[in-house]
Design a protein around this ligand. Structure first.
Ligand SMILES: N[C@@H](CCC(=O)N[C@@H](CS)C(=O)NCC(=O)O)C(=O)O
Length: 267
């Protein structure tokens, strides 16, 4: 089984937490979306949208995060020797979709200083144009990528849309607070699929130094956040890259890559 992913990608984090928690072995391939590696032609031929993550088992390829997590869970159930294991409830599946519906892109980008955001956006547009010349048969897919990039910039300029996106996050966190008032985890008494999808949302908030605004004021979510950071899956998938000073080290490598490539116009 192969997973194409990157530590920066929130959806990749969700899938990797699932793989770690369910104990499913896989071969890992990185494609950094900030340096445009997800736009390499080899990856576009795997997933024409250039989006991460992609999970492949033999000829079976899955590009949707929730579908991948459910698939991993099924594999784990099938290979498990415990025959009393129950399948996941409809409420948990519904909850996963609810969490997944919140789009972190606007939220993340709106908290990055405009100067840096524009620098990365310009670099990525140039990568798309360069790859288009490398693989003319994929030109329309690269055009779609460029259009998406311009649309995202327009959406970021639309204050109402940015505020609405933040309000959606607030509602989602309130809802999770209510659930955590009744059970230890979102998936029930055990850490499960809804938790795999939610933990990276909290990690993104923390990465942007917004814990005080969104987490600390929700008692149960704050307790939950403290507890999940102790889990080995969190440490392997997120903590290793983003805990404390490590986030600067992780970002530093990407920044160096972008500066050098931009200086030499090597996209
Ligand atoms: N349909 C995909 C969307 C995944 C997605 O949006 N991935 C983001 C990273 S979390 C991505 O690849 N962004 C890079 C890009 O769009 O170029 C899913 O649900 O898994």
């Amino acid at each position: 089984m192969q997973l194409y992913h990157h530590p920066y990608s929130m959806d990749s984090q969700k899938v990797r937490i699932a793989l770690e928690e369910e104990g499913v072995d896989y071969t890992s391939f990185h494609a950094n979306p900030l340096t445009g590696k997800n736009m390499d032609t080899f990856f576009f031929r795997i997933n024409i949208s250039g989006k991460l993550p992609v999970f492949q088992n033999g000829a079976h390829r899955i590009c949707d995060t929730i579908d991948i997590i459910q698939y991993i869970h099924r594999i784990a159930l099938l290979s498990s020797r415990l025959d009393h294991q129950e399948d996941t409830s409809d409420e948990v599946i519904e909850l996963m979709w609810k969490i997944q519906k919140w789009d972190p892109r606007l939220f993340t980008l709106s908290h990055v200083p405009t100067k840096y955001r524009n620098f990365v956006a310009k670099f990525l547009r140039r990568v798309a144009i360069a790859r288009m010349a490398d693989a003319p048969d994929l030109a329309s897919a690269y055009h779609t990528k460029l259009r998406e990039a311009y649309e995202t910039e327009d959406r970021l300029r639309n204050e109402r849309e940015v505020t609405q996106n933040e309000e959606q996050l607030t509602c989602l966190l309130d809802e999770m607070e209510n659930i955590l008032n009744q059970t230890e985890y979102l998936s029930g008494q055990e850490f499960g699929m809804a938790d795999y999808v939610f933990v990276p949302v909290l990690a993104r908030i923390a990465l942007l130094n917004l814990e005080e605004v969104y987490i600390a004021n929700r008692e149960k979510v704050a307790e939950y956040w403290k507890a999940v950071q102790k889990r080995p899956s969190y440490k392997v998938v997120i903590g290793k890259y983003f805990r404390g000073w490590r986030k600067y080290q992780t970002l530093f490598k990407t920044v160096c890559f972008l500066i050098i490539r931009s200086a030499f116009r090597k996209y």
